[in-house]
Design a binder for this molecule. Structure first.
Ligand code: SIN
Ligand code: FE2
Length: 221
């Protein structure tokens, strides 16, 4: 295991400081927050996806999700005909999910801290891959055991239009463009806000090609 470093950005001199945009009482978009770490994040992500490949899971209603999904960490979010839940094993392999790479854990903790949530220790990272046309309908993240910890999201690759709604599905949503390296953190009074992603537009990202990958870090157990 690599040494766990908290001095994440020590060897980088970003042209400008990351910018934080408040989108709710306890919700923030951290523009470009992950950019200094992408050289470490992308190989770690590749290794996770070799061990636990992306798959299209089926909802309880019988629909195949348009996103390809995998997980790392102690718990992975899954769905099948019997419902939504967290599992300690990857149902594809029957093995535990790959460990959370230290660079993921450190980034998530640093982003949560920046948004006012200290001591965030993710036990789950959900990986969603969107090809152009894939989307995520409005939903709440509520399969976690407790809601004290925020949700910390990292966007990589193609741009997305993130929908950040209210506490009822029908509430008006803010439309927030998310680019490669942007992070979103929502927690506290905003923890159960509806959110989703509009269909991804065609395009090619220089590092990731024709896809968007979103990681959401959670405390699920
Ligand atoms: C999610 O809600 O799990 C994904 C959000 C995103 O892709 O930005
Ligand atoms: Fe979500």
């Amino acid at each position: 295991m690599q040494p766990h470093t908290f001095d994440l950005f020590a060897d980088h001199q970003p042209a400008q400081q990351p910018r934080a945009e408040q989108i709710g009482e306890q919700s923030w978009v951290l523009r470009g927050f992950a950019l200094p770490l992408t050289d470490r994040l992308l190989p770690a992500l590749d290794a996770v996806l070799v061990a636990a490949p992306l798959r299209h899971m089926v909802t309880p209603g019988g629909f195949s999700m348009s996103v390809g999904t995998s997980s790392c960490g102690q718990l992975g979010w899954i769905t099948d005909r019997s419902g939504y839940r967290y599992s300690r094993v990857d149902p594809l392999s029957g093995l535990p999910w790959p460990e959370l790479p230290p660079v993921f854990a450190d980034l998530a903790e640093a982003a949560a801290q920046e948004a006012g949530f200290s001591d965030f220790k993710a036990d789950s990272c959900l990986i969603n891959r969107y090809i152009p046309g894939a989307k995520m309908s409005l939903h709440q993240d509520k399969d976690e055991n407790a809601y004290a910890a925020p949700i910390v999201s990292l966007s990589l690759g193609l741009p997305a239009m993130f929908l950040f709604g209210g506490f009822a599905r029908g509430d008006k949503s803010q439309r927030i463009p998310l680019l490669h390296g942007d992070m979103v953190v929502w927690g506290g009074v905003d923890r159960l806000r509806f959110h989703g992603v509009l269909p991804i537009k065609q395009g090619r990202h220089p590092q990731l090609g024709e896809q968007r990958i979103n990681l959401t870090f959670r405390v699920a157990g």
